[in-house]
Design a protein around this ligand. Structure first.
Ligand SMILES: [Zn+2]
Length: 115
């Protein structure tokens, strides 16, 4: 009886040791998993930051290109060419005539007719 009990006890101890080992291994794996998760997370973060940075830089470059092109296209010193309207007066009523480019004629607003 005595030996049986001690055998059970030693078996129990072996099982306990196995359990402790398994628990230690489990902790170790959990740590590894956490470390791996953090590593993958930081890679994803870096990729996201890279994409955002690249996008922002592309947008800034596009804006700069547009500004530079605009600056070259319309220098501030060149005035906008406005057709200077010649003042012509109606021969019949003496009112100021309006030149209508579509008809290449003068329009008298007083008489509502072309001259
Ligand atoms: Zn007139």
């Amino acid at each position: 009886m005595e030996s049986g009990t001690s055998t059970l006890r030693s078996e129990n101890n072996v099982l306990k040791n196995n359990l402790e080992q398994a628990q230690a291994e489990n902790r170790n794996l959990s740590d590894k998993l956490a470390a791996e998760t953090a590593r993958v997370g930081s890679i994803e973060q870096q990729r996201l930051i890279f994409m955002i940075t690249t996008g922002v830089m592309a947008a800034v470059a596009a804006v700069i290109a547009v500004v530079v092109r605009r600056g070259r296209g319309t220098p501030a010193t060149t005035p906008i060419q406005q057709p200077t309207a010649q003042l012509i007066y109606c021969p019949s009523c003496g009112g100021q005539l309006q030149y209508i480019p579509q008809h290449q004629k003068y329009w008298c607003p007083n008489e509502q007719k072309y001259i």
